[in-house]
Write a protein that binds this ligand. Structure first.
Ligand SMILES: [Zn+2]
Length: 379
């Protein structure tokens, strides 16, 4: 079922939710997603998909591309260029399931696949993914390497970019739990960016098109998670992938998947990422009215007013303070652990949190005692 709002054609939300609840890709879940886990899923895709090995990582792991569709509009999506940012990868495999099992959504599927050719790189940094790091095995941040091209994975992405010549790119990332949005400082579950092409942040024709697509995703996503969708600063990063691809004429939409209440495995966040991606692609495929780029600037900014745990009103050095805790993610004995770490000792009344602890009887005389207590209490 299709409904209209803001002159945009969109899929009715409950319809999409229903499809998602019984059809998402169940074989991949959690935060730590490695190449090993996704190879069988790639190999099981049906013959509508074209599977290729497009290069190797520094440690000689295969980098795959998965293509579908036969349309003129070219879309390139890559995930896990930061190895520990896996939510986009999970959402991508949900999208593959939609293309394989569209059921009641087949009319949309046909429209997308007739209008677009979608090329996906489901894990650009398999070495980083293996050891749950942002960087590649050469300790290079692939999202800051587009000029220097020191990483082999950067060449692989550049190669597929040159070959596909995409009209639109989706650059999929995960953001930390600390990001908030809106007046109530809700967690930024999804954030967007239309990257700048230059230091003056000019609104070029290409950037406008990127903004249109983001607006379409924002309008759609607002129905699911109002006040949990943010916008990143468009400060120009001369070495960032998105900024340079946009400058080269490939409209690049940055999606940052973030925290949803108590969802440390990022499975809810994955669902919302899927909806955003789906709506973005559908909007591009249906060549709809693109006249409202200015609404982009009404998307609230991302802020940093969210913490994993806040302990209110403890006594510390003869003062009342709050303790703000963030989890550091660490692989220990092949298991991903969330290590509680003291991030702030101050009045945190402007902050929101996943877990609020009220304990005005707590007394600490020094930071070491506080650290020990936190370690015992939350580990
Ligand atoms: Zn990232």
């Amino acid at each position: 079922m299709i409904v209209y709002f803001c002159k945009m054609k969109v899929v009715e939300i409950n319809f999409l939710k229903k499809w998602y609840s019984s059809n998402r890709q169940e074989k991949v879940s959690g935060r730590w997603i490695t190449l090993q886990q996704i190879i069988p899923l790639i190999e099981n895709l049906n013959s509508n998909f074209k599977i290729r090995k497009i290069g190797k990582s520094f440690l000689k792991k295969d980098i795959y591309s998965v293509s579908i569709g036969k349309g003129k509009i070219k879309i390139l999506i890559w995930t896990q260029m930061h190895g520990n940012e896996s939510t986009g990868t999970k959402a991508l495999f949900d999208l593959f399931n939609l293309f394989e099992n569209p059921q009641e959504l087949s009319y949309i599927n046909n429209q997308i696949l007739n209008q677009c050719t979608i090329v996906c790189v489901p894990m650009l940094n398999p070495d980083g993914a293996e050891v749950y790091t942002r960087l590649n095995a050469q300790k290079i941040d692939l999202n800051r390497d587009v000029i220097d091209k020191k990483a082999v994975e950067t060449d692989v992405l550049q190669g597929v970019l040159n070959e596909v010549k995409p009209d639109f790119c989706f650059n999929m990332h995960d953001q930390r739990t600390i990001f908030s949005v809106g007046k109530e400082n809700k967690p930024a579950t999804i954030s967007f960016l239309a990257p700048s092409e230059d230091i003056d942040r000019l609104i070029t024709k290409g950037r406008k098109q990127t903004m249109y697509v983001i607006n379409a995703m924002f309008e759609f996503m607002k129905k699911f998670i109002p006040n949990q969708i943010g916008r990143y600063t468009d400060e120009f990063y001369p070495t960032a992938t998105g900024d340079n691809f946009q400058k080269m004429g490939h409209n690049t939409i940055l999606i940052e998947s973030g925290h949803y209440f108590n969802d440390y495995e990022r499975e809810k966040s994955r669902e919302y990422t899927f909806y955003a991606l789906f709506q973005g692609i559908y909007f591009i495929a249906s060549k709809q009215d693109m006249s409202n780029y200015k609404d982009y600037f009404n998307i609230p900014n991302n802020e940093k007013y969210y913490l994993d745990i806040i302990i209110k009103n403890v006594n510390y050095k003869d003062k009342k303070v709050d303790i703000g805790i963030v989890f550091k993610e660490k692989l220990i004995n092949n298991e991903l652990k969330f290590i509680p770490t003291i991030d702030k000792i101050e009045n945190l009344s402007n902050y929101s949190t996943n877990k609020l602890v009220l304990d005005s009887d707590l007394v600490f005389f020094n930071k070491k005692d506080m650290k020990d207590w936190v370690k015992n209490e939350f580990n």
